[in-house]
Design a protein around this ligand. Structure first.
Ligand SMILES: Cc1ncc(C[n+]2csc(CCOP(=O)(O)OP(=O)(O)O)c2C)c(N)n1
Ligand SMILES: [Mg+2]
Length: 356
């Protein structure tokens, strides 16, 4: 099961071989990406990004009104990452998510009504109202769960990758994680295991340059996350995480490679969150004067895609606006569903606690 390597091969390992594994230049969308995508896929992806944005705008509003119990970490600004990656996945592929998981779940096909009801703590929620924002899961859709433990998704995704390989399936597991999580021990253990066992796992780092208020440059010994891939003998690539078509193109290459049994990869998506670490965060650590941060903060993945779609003749402005209106209507319906749903029954407290 282990990748075979001989001692002479290890001795011959050259610096060039290591460098070939990693592409440090941040990839952006190409014209070829527009030729390779169908209009239906482009529509679906734009709708997903709109759904994430509208879902979150409303969650933000309701949280401020005190209508949502618990904590929320918003994904807004990072929509292109989950969307571009999950556009290549089916219900039989797996994803693991993070504390900032709404976008991942929506992009992987999570039911909007069930998600909104879960965030409201209602009985009709995907977790029967007991989990809330940080514990949304839908195993039938391959969503192995949002997760409050930073870095926990590495272990789950590696387990899912082992299952796929053991059963000889051609599915993949995608592990979404943040720049902060890349400094947890599990990152290193799991990339190593994924590599020696040649597992079909795509590790997707959402580098938004902060872990809570700690900047990536302060907390990470390596300048980029992608370059760490070389240590685990897998390809590492950086992509503009605000640019949907760039993420879609890069993800397509590495997901296909993993499906063919050619092993794991690490994709670092350069992105930024529109809001604070959590709702209520004053964000005093953000530096609005810094050119790099400002550029990231001022670019909107939805606008970038709208411009790209029109420029490359993928979708018209009218089509884009129709999708936006449809998304607003779908989210309104999800809110109505959540508001009208009952609270969990008190006696349900002890249900689903132990496996039967
Ligand atoms: C194991 C663990 N350590 C610390 C925390 C507290 N914590 C919650 S989110 C977070 C920052 C995570 O940063 P990153 O991985 O970059 O994700 P982002 O919030 O930027 O999406 C921390 C330290 C936690 N929840 N779990
Ligand atoms: Mg981060």
């Amino acid at each position: 099961m282990v990748k075979e390597k001989s001692i002479p091969q290890l001795e011959e390992r050259s610096e060039t071989a290591l460098k070939d594994l990693v592409q440090l230049e941040i990839r952006t969308s190409t014209k070829a990406a527009a030729e390779a995508v169908t209009a239906d896929k482009a529509k679906d992806m734009y709708q997903t990004m709109e759904n994430i944005r509208n879902f979150e705008d409303n969650v933000r509003r309701f949280f401020a009104q005190g209508l949502i119990p618990g904590f929320v970490h918003l994904y807004a600004g990072e929509e292109a990452v989950a969307t571009g990656i999950c556009a290549h996945l089916t219900d039989d592929d797996y994803i693991t998510s993070t504390h900032r998981g709404h976008g991942h779940c929506i992009a992987k096909g999570g039911d909007l009504n069930g998600m909104m009801a879960e965030i409201f703590g209602k009985e009709t929620g995907l977790g029967k109202g007991k989990g809330g924002s940080m514990h949304i899961a839908d195993v039938d859709k391959g969503i192995l769960g949002a997760n409050g433990m930073v870095g926990a998704g590495f272990g789950l995704a590696t387990g899912a990758g082992m299952k796929i390989k053991y059963k000889k399936e051609d599915n993949v597991a995608v592990c979404f994680f943040g720049d902060g999580a890349s400094n947890e021990g599990l990152f290193h253990e799991c990339l190593n295991m994924a590599s020696i066992w040649n597992l079909p796992i795509i590790f997707v780092c959402e580098n938004n340059f902060f872990a809570e208020s700690t900047p990536q440059w302060y907390a990470s010994a390596s300048d980029t996350i992608a370059e760490r891939a070389a240590a685990y003998d897998m390809p590492g690539v950086r992509v503009d995480g605000k640019d949907l078509m760039a993420v879609y193109e890069v993800a397509g290459e590495y997901i296909e490679r993993a499906r063919k049994g050619e092993g794991p990869a690490l994709i670092e998506c350069v992105t930024f969150r529109n809001y604070g670490h959590f709702e209520g965060d004053e964000q005093k650590y953000k530096n609005k004067e810094d050119g790099f941060e400002k550029r990231l903060a001022d670019t909107d993945p939805l606008d970038i895609f709208r411009d790209y779609a029109v420029e490359h003749g993928l979708l018209t402005l009218e089509e884009l606006d129709d999708i936006r209106s449809q998304s607003e209507a779908d989210i309104e319906a999800a809110i109505k569903f959540a508001e009208e749903s009952p609270q969990p029954r008190p006696e349900s407290l002890y249900e689903d606690v132990f496996a039967e």
